[in-house]
Ligand binder design. Structure first.
Ligand code: NAD
Length: 514
């Protein structure tokens, strides 16, 4: 199938044909000085666009423009800032379909998942608008007479968002819309594998900013992680680096930012497990596992990568799961009925293959899939067969996150054993248990249960909503983004004490009479 019509149509509809610059700082920089990057569609392996990225010189310009915009932005009240985000949310609604197409074309997501990505941006915009009238601190009782104590949250300044390819626009919005209402200016360094999506989003966002005369608080800085990402991490002018990506890159960012005592939000890899009890609703758990393991071709941070199944139902569960896998359609993600699209690139296919080989060497038995796949008419694309591997025990490869649809299956006798297997990996993002037994469910949710940032009951590890705080423990990095009180990470907390009396009593009864 030829995607060139779709390519042309999208570039035209979003007015992207004339743009090849990956740098926006109060306007598109005409000739950025960095490397040329090609945006490739994993659906057919063909080029969508050529983009000029930034280097150190562009970085300086972006920082200076951002610092200037921040100085203006802090003169707006939070509800006034919320008004900008409301307008942006409306604009995103108007462009949802087209932006969804770009996401799908550039990352290989299915049509509904591409649009779902933009819907998530709209949802977080709505959330941020409400939040802009609620940025509350606590008031504490003072021990001193005629004193008042409270805490307030002030903007940090310029912050950096480094995003991964697999959520090429929503990750930016989770951070940026919340940070914006708090009062920060945001520099975005997107993944080099999803540069066009970032440019399309910025075109839409910055049009709203310009037309309504707001300060240019959103800037875009495409470029490599090792150069641009590293400049951002090392720069004390960037008060917070919110990083979404692999554990490996996150560790470098974390160490670099910590050296200068900067702040980080780390949203790193997951190796998410589901326990399937003999007390589970079988058809519900099969659907949950299938969605968790195969959606987005296994390229979600929350993808179900391991299931731990009660030996009492093991045979039946695995037989039914194999049946589902044999029927799932892999192919062009823009076609109706296709549930599994391509991986992001050839490197990802290589990782898929080598992980399967390792799993076999470590005693694994392939129950479904196991090989790269070829899709007729899309031979240049990066397709693989969704794979299920039965493992005899926890082994080194099952402790790694392979960003592909590989599901490892373990057997358990007792719930304690299942939880032990579940918690035995270095990552701690998402988890779930399928059971109708209250005792099992509560144990899973207790301090002796799941060690992850997200715990689900009778639903998949993947598919979080924006209202909750999102993030994970252990090697996943400990960051929290999106809903609940995650907004506090984008602010500096200040404890205020006001003496409104005529004397100056001291805390702890200290006397200092002068
Ligand atoms: P990646 O680590 O290869 O790249 C992520 C981003 O980091 C890119 O923008 C890249 O250019 C940049 N980068 C790379 N090295 C850097 C460095 N030294 N300094 C600064 N920036 C650098 O990850 P990816 O392949 O794009 O994304 C997949 C990974 O992201 C998976 O591990 C997945 O689990 C994780 N992820 C986590 C979450 C979460 O919320 N926990 C969400 C989405 C993806």
């Amino acid at each position: 199938m030829d995607l060139s019509n779709l390519r042309g149509e999208i570039l035209k509809e979003l007015n992207l044909s004339s743009i090849n610059s990956g740098i926006y700082a109060s306007g598109w920089v005409k000739k950025p000085s960095g490397k040329i990057v090609q945006s490739i569609s994993p659906i057919d392996g063909k080029k969508i666009a050529t983009i000029l990225t930034g280097s150190k010189k562009d970085y300086e310009l972006v920082i200076q423009k951002s610092e200037k915009a921040f100085q203006q932005w802090v003169t707006f009240t939070p509800p006034q800032r919320g008004e900008l985000i409301r307008l942006i949310g409306n604009e995103l609604r108007d462009h949802k379909k087209n932006l969804g197409k770009i996401v799908s074309l550039e990352t290989g997501k299915t049509t509904v998942e591409g649009e779902g990505e933009i819907q998530e941006m709209i949802d977080i915009a709505d959330f941020a608008v409400g939040l802009s009238r609620q940025l509350h601190g606590l008031q504490m009782a003072s021990e001193r007479f005629e004193h008042r104590m409270y805490e307030q949250y002030l903007p940090l300044g310029v912050i950096g968002v480094i995003s991964s390819f697999n959520f090429p626009s929503s990750v930016w919005s989770w951070n940026s819309f919340i940070a914006a209402v708090v009062g920060d200016a945001v520099i975005w360094k997107p993944s080099s594998k999803a540069t066009l999506t970032a440019i399309a989003v910025m075109k839409i966002i910055t049009k709203v900013v310009k037309e309504n005369n707001y300060p240019e608080i959103f800037t875009l800085l495409t470029g490599s992680g090792s150069e641009i990402g590293n400049l951002m991490s090392a720069d004390p002018r960037v008060k917070l680096v919110s990083f979404t990506g692999s554990v490996k890159s996150g560790r470098v960012v974390s160490e670099t930012v910590a050296r200068r005592f900067g702040k980080t939000i780390l949203e790193l890899g997951g190796n998410n497990g589901s326990i399937v009890s003999s007390k589970a609703n079988l058809s519900l758990s099969l659907k949950g596992v299938a969605f968790g393991a195969m959606a987005t071709a296994g390229q979600r941070c929350t993808t179900t990568r391991r299931i731990i199944v009660d030996e009492k139902i093991y045979k039946e569960f695995v037989t039914k799961l194999k049946d589902i896998y044999s029927k799932v359609k892999v192919g062009n993600p823009r076609e109706n009925g296709v549930l599994v699209g391509p991986l992001i690139d050839g490197e990802a296919v290589k990782n898929f293959t080598s992980s399967i080989q390792k799993a076999k060497r470590e005693g694994g038995k392939v129950l479904a899939g196991g090989k790269p796949a070829s899709v007729k008419g899309l031979e240049g694309g990066f397709y693989v067969q969704p794979t299920v591997i039965e493992m005899p025990r926890v082994t080194p490869i099952t402790c790694e996150e392979t960003f592909a649809p590989i599901l490892y299956v373990f057997k358990y006798k007792t719930l304690d054993e299942a939880i032990r297997i579940h918690n035995s990996v270095p990552q701690g993002l998402s988890s779930s248990i399928y059971t109708t037994d209250l005792t099992e469910e509560e144990k899973f949710l207790s301090a002796l249960g799941s060690d992850c940032g997200l715990a689900n009951v009778n639903t998949a590890t993947a598919g979080a909503e924006i209202g909750g705080a999102f993030g994970g423990e252990k090697d996943t990095g400990g960051g929290r983004e999106s809903g609940s009180d995650a907004w506090k990470s984008y602010a500096r907390r200040q404890t205020v004490t006001i003496n409104w009396g005529k004397d100056i009593p001291l805390a702890q009864g200290v006397k200092f009479d002068v």
